[in-house]
Design a protein around this ligand. Structure first.
Ligand code: SF4
Ligand code: FE
Length: 482
């Protein structure tokens, strides 16, 4: 087994021959497509890091499962230190790519399924855990990217899966065959799906009696027959297809979101990790969500670092870096960003071993982490917009910058501090624009709100994980109230 390099990863994805509907066309040349390329480079970065002598220690880890060195993005956490290192690695990737690098979802799904299948087998006498362990050992050895697919379309939110007008609005088992099952449905908001080799499908909510067909957890290769992809549209995304790349803001990296359709897809028995066990659906959802809420304590802090760096740089370029109100705003951004990171570290530090042997984050603190993430990046974006100035929304295009008549005027009138190159100043402003209002804002802002569940989901978990009666009792004891 060898840890893949970024180039080897890119070749392996290309060999899958995936196709997607994009802007009204069906593209089969995905890796070369201008909209897809930056997102693939972001995933490839996670592979290259394992080979970079300066940082490989953070990315390479010994797996107790396959007894070899694996990329941490496929690792089953063996300690609280592993959980902490995961968050550190995600922060590093966040600042280096300034986008969603997509590879964490499968990692979070694997850790949740590993422990859930163990407990399911103990209660129901099923054989899912060994099956999943074998599957994941193969993922580690091949160093593959796995997309964790949880979010169902949900249709009428007031109705249960079985009561929907169309039962496919929650992905379900439609038919049972001797060697496996046929699934039908869709998963929305699939981060990095077309940059993945495999899909790990999970239920989206706690299921009840009568909803056994929706309690399915399984895996399939991304190029399985019957799976169809529809590429997500993002603000300013077509700038990636324009001749002048300066307007993109982040010219190297980007995220990817995909609607994925499962049109009567056959899943063989050896790829099924939960089927009809409704009592474990909620546990799986809760664990996956908590791991992914921990993840945001790393990745969003990393992208926040990039936004803070760009904001401080533009202030310097504008000649206002020393103004006290600017310094104060930068400090406020740092404070908010480090609070996000602190929560990611805290829920990792307070993690605990599961009966299966891997480590689970502290559920309360992971949810506090994500609830902060639903707010703080928006405040960071507000402060960055404030410091950057109105030019953020009014700057001429890179095409006009290259125009022989308009270009010199743009350079003359966008000049700031004398030592600052005007094009560099535009670059920084475009990066800030990308993160607060462009394609990058999908990963940094919209995903901060809704990724790993919206704020209400975290509030429910916080309320469940807190012993309020104990707090009341302690106050009563303190005050002598019976
Ligand atoms: Fe990873 Fe963050 Fe993207 Fe989720 S949003 S896949 S945690 S980078
Ligand atoms: Fe996410």
């Amino acid at each position: 087994m060898a840890l893949k390099t970024g180039d080897e990863y890119l070749k392996s994805i290309k060999s899958l021959g995936l196709k997607a509907h994009m802007h009204g066309e069906t593209s089969g040349a995905l890796p070369e497509h201008g909209l897809v390329e930056p997102s693939q480079r972001a995933v490839a970065f996670t592979f290259d890091c394992a080979h970079d002598p300066e940082i490989s220690e953070m990315f390479c880890v010994e797996s107790t499962l396959c007894k070899d060195t694996v990329n941490r993005f496929t690792h089953l956490h063996q300690s609280t230190e592993d959980l902490i290192n995961k968050v550190k690695m995600q922060r590093y990737c966040g600042i280096k790519t300034a986008c969603c690098f997509q590879r964490c979802v499968g990692l979070d799904a694997a850790n949740a399924i590993f422990s859930t299948t163990f407990e399911c087998d103990q209660k129901h006498g099923t054989e899912y855990h060994q099956r999943f362990s074998d599957y994941w050992k193969w993922i580690q050895k091949e160093d593959l990217v796995v997309d964790g697919a949880m979010t169902d379309p949900k249709g009428d939110r007031g109705k249960r899966p079985k009561d929907q007008a169309d039962p496919d609005l929650y992905l379900r088992v439609k038919e049972r065959k001797p060697g496996g099952v046929v699934i039908s449905g869709a998963k929305l908001h699939q981060t990095g799906m077309l940059n993945s080799h495999e899909i790990l499908i999970m239920p989206t909510l706690t299921l009840r009696s009568g909803e056994e067909d929706w309690a399915i957890c399984c895996s399939i290769p991304t190029n399985t027959k019957g799976v169809r992809y529809i590429y997500g549209r993002q603000a300013s995304d077509t700038r990636k297809l324009e001749k002048f790349s300066l307007d993109v803001g982040n010219t190297t990296f980007g995220g990817q979101e995909v609607m994925t359709i499962f049109d009567n897809v056959f899943v063989p028995k050896e790829r099924i990790f939960l089927d009809t066990e409704i009592d474990f659906s909620g546990i799986l959802v809760e664990r996956f969500a908590s791991y992914h809420r921990q993840s945001y304590g790393g990745c969003k802090a990393g992208v926040g670092d990039a936004l803070i760096g760009a904001t401080a740089l533009i202030a310097r370029m504008n000649g206002v870096a020393e103004a006290s109100h600017i310094r104060d705003k930068i400090v406020e951004m740092i404070h908010l960003n480090e609070t996000i990171y602190s929560c990611g570290i805290a829920c990792s530090t307070m993690g605990q071993q599961t009966p299966a042997g891997n480590y689970q984050v502290n559920l309360l603190l992971a949810n506090v982490c994500k609830l902060n993430v639903t707010r703080f990046p928006f405040e960071l974006a507000r402060l960055a917009t404030d410091v950057a100035g109105g030019l953020l929304g009014t700057m001429p295009s890179a095409a006009d910058l290259s125009d022989p008549v308009a270009g010199p005027y743009i350079k003359k009138y966008l000049a700031a501090a004398p030592e600052v190159d005007v094009v560099d100043r535009i670059k920084v402003l475009r990066l800030i624009e990308n993160l607060v209002a462009g394609a990058g804002a999908v990963g940094y802002l919209i995903e901060s709100m809704h990724g790993a569940g919206p704020p209400t989901a975290q509030r429910i978990m916080i309320s469940r994980q807190t012993n309020l009666e104990d707090k009341i009792k302690r106050v009563k004891d303190l005050l002598g109230i019976s």
